[in-house]
Design a protein around this ligand. Sequence first.
Ligand SMILES: *[C@@H]1O[C@H](CO)[C@@H](O)[C@H](O)[C@H]1NC(C)=O
Ligand SMILES: *[C@@H]1O[C@H](CO)[C@@H](O)[C@H](O)[C@H]1NC(C)=O
Ligand SMILES: *[C@@H]1O[C@H](CO)[C@@H](O)[C@H](O)[C@H]1NC(C)=O
Ligand SMILES: *[C@@H]1O[C@H](CO)[C@@H](O)[C@H](O)[C@H]1NC(C)=O
Ligand SMILES: *[C@@H]1O[C@H](CO)[C@@H](O)[C@H](O)[C@H]1NC(C)=O
Ligand SMILES: *[C@@H]1O[C@H](CO)[C@@H](O)[C@H](O)[C@H]1NC(C)=O
Ligand SMILES: *[C@@H]1O[C@H](CO)[C@@H](O)[C@H](O)[C@H]1NC(C)=O
Ligand SMILES: *[C@@H]1O[C@H](CO)[C@@H](O)[C@H](O)[C@H]1NC(C)=O
Ligand SMILES: *[C@@H]1O[C@H](CO)[C@@H](O)[C@H](O)[C@H]1NC(C)=O
Ligand SMILES: *[C@@H]1O[C@H](CO)[C@@H](O)[C@H](O)[C@H]1NC(C)=O
Ligand SMILES: *[C@@H]1O[C@H](CO)[C@@H](O)[C@H](O)[C@H]1NC(C)=O
Ligand SMILES: *[C@@H]1O[C@H](CO)[C@@H](O)[C@H](O)[C@H]1NC(C)=O
Length: 809
Amino acid sequence: MKFYAVGIATALQLVSQASAQDGNPSPSDLENYWSYGRSEPVSNTPVAKGLGDWADAYAKARHLVSQMTDEEKNNVTYGHESTTTGCSGVSGSVPRLGFPGICFQDAGNGVRAADMVNSYPAGIHVGASWNKELAHSRAEHMGAEFKRKGANVALGPVVGPAGRLASGGRNWEGFGSDPYLSGALAAESVRGLQENVIACVKHLIANEQETSRNTPQLLKDSHNQSVSSNVDDKTMHELYLWGFQDTVKAGAGSVMCSYNRINNSYGCQNSKVMNGLLKGELGFQGFVVSDWTGQQTGIASANAGLDIAMPDSQFWENNTLVIATRNGSVPQFRLDDMATRILASWYKLAEIPNPGHGIPKSLLAPHKQVDARDPKSKKVILQSAVEGHVLVKNTNGALPLQKPKFLSLFGYDAVPPTLNTMDDSSLGGWALGLQTALTYPNGSSVSNVTEQAMFLSSTDPTNRGPGVAFNGTLYAGGGSGASTPAYIDAPLHAFQRQAYDDDTFLAWDLASLNPFVNPASDACLVFINEASSEGWDRPYLADPSSDQLVKNVAAKCPNTMVVIHNAGLRLVDEWIENPNITAVLYAHVPGQDSGRALVEVMYGKQSPSGRLPYTVARKASDYKGLLEPVVASGTMDEFYPQSNFSEGVYIDYKAFIQNDIQPRFEFGYGLTYSNFSYSDLESGVSSSTDLGYLPSGVNMTIAEGGYEALWDVVARVNFTVQNTGKISAAEVAQLYVGIPGGPPKVLRGFEKKMIESGKEEHYSFDLTRRDLSHWDVEKQAWGLQAGKYSIYVGKSVLDIQLHGTLDLS
Ligand SMILES: *[C@@H]1O[C@H](CO)[C@@H](O)[C@H](O)[C@H]1NC(C)=O
Ligand SMILES: *[C@@H]1O[C@H](CO)[C@@H](O)[C@H](O)[C@H]1NC(C)=O
Ligand SMILES: *[C@@H]1O[C@H](CO)[C@@H](O)[C@H](O)[C@H]1NC(C)=O
Ligand SMILES: *[C@@H]1O[C@H](CO)[C@@H](O)[C@H](O)[C@H]1NC(C)=O
Ligand SMILES: *[C@@H]1O[C@H](CO)[C@@H](O)[C@H](O)[C@H]1NC(C)=O
Ligand SMILES: *[C@@H]1O[C@H](CO)[C@@H](O)[C@H](O)[C@H]1NC(C)=O
Ligand SMILES: *[C@@H]1O[C@H](CO)[C@@H](O)[C@H](O)[C@H]1NC(C)=O
Ligand SMILES: *[C@@H]1O[C@H](CO)[C@@H](O)[C@H](O)[C@H]1NC(C)=O
Ligand SMILES: *[C@@H]1O[C@H](CO)[C@@H](O)[C@H](O)[C@H]1NC(C)=O
Ligand SMILES: *[C@@H]1O[C@H](CO)[C@@H](O)[C@H](O)[C@H]1NC(C)=O
Ligand SMILES: *[C@@H]1O[C@H](CO)[C@@H](O)[C@H](O)[C@H]1NC(C)=O
Ligand SMILES: *[C@@H]1O[C@H](CO)[C@@H](O)[C@H](O)[C@H]1NC(C)=O
């Protein structure tokens, strides 16, 4: 689908065209508008130097660019319509010099909108696994599929949204609501993907709501502007930029700028963000690509640090950048740097001769089948699916199931959706078989996919039907982060196979809201989901009709187990305390091996090892200001919606602790089938640690990821964990630190280790200078303060097993 920008450069221009009388902003509105502040301009985009292991790629790129005409350089800086491939975007090529162009393909959870590919567990599922090695191998296998299809760039992973809003529509694409967790897993994902293709870390930055994210693009002739995320500099560094920093350190070859505005300046023309933070402070060596149709201006975006516009550019086509360099609006070095950055990433990571060869222009027409799958990926796909399951309730060892005689299954989420024909790729994720349970106000269901999309993108919560559950098992979320499954192993399928092995009698009613429950049932399993998609924020944190289904079954069955496929956090207080509900699993968004993975966990073939990567509240209002998106309203906000991030770094568990609110299930929480005891906490500070902001003893060279010295290890924390239970299980040990002046606890270490029954394992966490520093706005530097730092080691942010102090002096 293509939308064209209206080309409004600044609000000032708007006002000169409009008056309050015709419903447009008035000059006094504008005065208020600027009172929100503006992003400070940072001129002169840093020219990439080819730092570190980029040196060879830059040498090659400079050599090729030196042979290119300015027209050819301009040509590679924007997307061109392709007659041969269906890539999400294709850059211009330079046929004269043999540069074939670059194919960009959605997204971070598998190759989207193509056949002969696999659907991997989504970002939130990986977040819930807390497993860095697994995140790496998932990304490695996924990246190999992109490469076999001829995609040079995989459009993922996601570290923005950072999970600020409980109802954020794209939270499921990222790894959770803590920057340390998400940065660590995103960095591994970049390393894994980049064994085969260029990763694209998105969305830079503060892209925390879908509502009003891209108004000028979506509503032609609208004077409305995208939401502005107003973020102070300290919060920017300690929270929103943190994950990007980790991925730049990991060598990310590209970053995508976002639709929203930051301090009222659009993400793809925000020079403070791109020139200042990303390319300056973090020493980013790759290229910045716009989110699709996210480019709002020509000269301003080039000078602000945007390198390539997708999927096309009404601003940079027809050699306008060449003209702009000739008349002095864009410096020559900028055009050269744009082309050089793009080519350097290509040489270093993804020199694919025939871009997009395995991605047909139309899936509906006969096409060559390029099978991107590798049987070796099966193990990784299944294990990644297994480890994102989080067990949060398990009364009296209700789980694991042990050869039940009679099992009853309920709920629309146990079966695959009825459609997987990919017959309408223009609707993205929705077309990939994701039928929804949306209903019209008169009760009949919305079967027309175009109308479903309209419903779901509606900003009017009353126009969204009764729930946001998908009619079918939720193996992927919607929008560009959706992935295409080779098959869907739904829960019903997997339970059927297990029933065969165990001689279990299986009863099911997957349609009724108030089903008959056979009293002979040893256990009643209810499968529900909580769906989410790009393009809209969630109207509920718990779909009421699904809650009703759970309550109806629990009223009749004393051993009711609930499985929730949730793309985002989901509340359970409607029924969690019902004693008939004996087990509850957050099954997240597991990809195509959903059922098989669930059976692994529910039958105890593997102990559950997932932990919540977010906080589940008792009630929605406990999220306070971080529940819902800002909705444009009132005279000025109508045109320039403003979202003040005034909570600073206090999101998710940091906010709950600060506000002294007891959550239902805290960040880091998750049960296993075993028990663990923690002991022998030891910590030490490196004797050579220099305190302060820019201390003389440390290496202040800018490398990828920022100053080298930020990664110096300044302290280490050691402890031992023993498996005191009867079965082998993995334990995710977590380290939280209280940095003086900051939140009492911030995650600064985690590791998952398999521990055999009766055995113990040693955990050792290195703390870097950045890990223990705070960002000082005045000094514009990370500072390591003298003082006492509390350290907490535990099973979750609230379940602390060991407590100590680091003394920095
Ligand atoms: C956002 O911050 C600005 C500047 O401090 C202030 O004028 C405005 O009232 C705030 N908006 C909201 C909705 O809090
Ligand atoms: C946004 O404004 C705040 C407050 O003036 C400032 O601290 C921060 O650096 C600005 N960030 C950007 C990206 O402009
Ligand atoms: C620009 O890229 C397009 C699309 O790949 C290609 O057809 C065209 O020849 C290129 N133009 C130049 C001047 O190389
Ligand atoms: C601009 O935003 C306001 C407030 O959300 C909305 O009522 C109005 O319809 C929007 N205008 C256009 C042209 O979309
Ligand atoms: C480029 O040329 C095409 C064809 O003449 C025209 O439609 C389009 O508006 C031009 N774009 C720019 C930015 O000049
Ligand atoms: C320079 O060229 C660009 C691209 O054609 C144009 O948009 C801009 O107005 C020109 N600026 C000047 C000062 O002539
Ligand atoms: C869900 O899909 C089934 C077919 O699998 C259909 O019978 C049922 O009516 C659908 N439910 C809703 C609420 O759309
Ligand atoms: C319910 O409303 C929809 C949308 O207006 C309409 O298409 C459908 O026919 C209605 N169904 C019934 C049973 O009236
Ligand atoms: C689906 O809904 C759209 C928007 O209301 C309408 O234009 C289209 O004709 C509908 N398609 C079918 C097959 O009913
Ligand atoms: C639990 O299930 C039994 C049926 O076995 C039912 O009689 C009872 O009311 C249920 N309790 C609750 C709290 O739903
Ligand atoms: C932590 O354990 C490692 C490896 O066993 C050891 O080398 C180190 O000295 C220990 N550090 C502290 C602070 O205990
Ligand atoms: C500082 O770090 C850079 C980049 O890693 C390295 O090249 C340089 O040798 C280091 N300098 C010192 C004095 O250690």
